[in-house]
Design a protein around this ligand. Structure first.
Ligand SMILES: [Zn+2]
Length: 263
């Protein structure tokens, strides 16, 4: 057994090794974060483009937003109706497009060169930024909303990213984060065979560990919601009440939290 690594959320030495996921050892900290040992982890997307057709099915342009993206923007609009919204790690831009259609001025930050070049060509109504961090051209305090849908679990140093997000948001601005929910009953049942234990997921959050990390970065929690995924035919109407019931029973394996930047 290797030496216990330090937690990327709170710098405490990890409390327990909980097993092997691919080439990585997973550890749990007293703060609740489960994380891959950075010494053994290597980001598979540092060497290939996530949106390369060899890695990902290609969507046809122009993009069409679905109920999934509209539901994401509905969570934003509980708190802020309009303004400048940046979708961090926004992929091909469907969430940003849903924000644009709801009346926001929408930006996408995305590391995939392919996603950004295709997006610029087909969706000029969105502002496209290529990279892993928000560029200096976006002034501090100039954004009303930043969203991260299935991004924070990929980032080896989430505190650095949250500090930058805090700077770029205006006081009172909104941060919405969605990640797989390590605290779900489904994860307890499946253990390390849970569908979200993947080689590119370096952090695993519960609502408590996510809230603790984000609040330490200068935010205040304002909403915690759960969603349930189904592998196929997401849009079948009869699945919606079933998904809500499963969430009430603790089987919501997607965690969506909203935070306000305090002063
Ligand atoms: Zn910790």
């Amino acid at each position: 057994m290797s030496a216990a690594p330090k937690c990327p959320a709170c710098d405490t030495t990890a409390k327990a090794e909980i097993g092997q996921a691919g080439v990585c050892q997973l550890w749990r900290c007293a703060c609740g974060l489960v994380f891959a040992d950075r010494a053994t982890w290597c980001d598979p997307y540092s060497i290939r483009d996530y949106y390369d057709p060899a890695n990902q099915p290609v969507e046809s342009y122009p993009l069409r937003v679905t109920a999934t993206e509209r539901d994401r923007i509905a969570s934003v609009r509980r708190f802020i109706q309009t303004g400048r919204l940046l979708d961090f790690g926004g992929g091909i831009g469907k969430t940003a497009l849903a924000a644009y259609e709801a009346g926001f001025s929408a930006l996408v930050l995305e590391d995939s060169h392919k996603a950004v070049s295709d997006g610029k060509a087909h969706h000029p109504e969105i502002e496209w930024l290529e990279g892993k961090k928000i560029p200096d051209s976006i002034a501090d305090g100039s954004l009303d909303v930043i969203t991260l849908f299935h991004v924070l679990e990929h980032l080896p140093d989430p505190r650095v990213v949250l500090a930058q997000i805090h700077r770029k948001l205006r006081p009172g601005g909104l941060l919405v984060i969605e990640v797989p929910n390590w605290g779900s009953q489904m994860r307890r049942l499946r253990g390390l065979r849970w569908q979200f234990v993947l080689d590119h997921h370096v952090n695993h959050f519960t609502s408590a560990s996510l809230t603790s990390l984000v609040e330490k970065s200068g935010f205040q929690s304002c909403a915690v919601e759960f969603r349930r995924t189904f592998a196929i035919n997401e849009s079948r109407p009869w699945k919606e009440p079933l998904k809500k019931l499963l969430c009430l029973l603790g089987f919501g394996d997607i965690l969506r939290c909203a935070f306000r930047k305090t002063a």
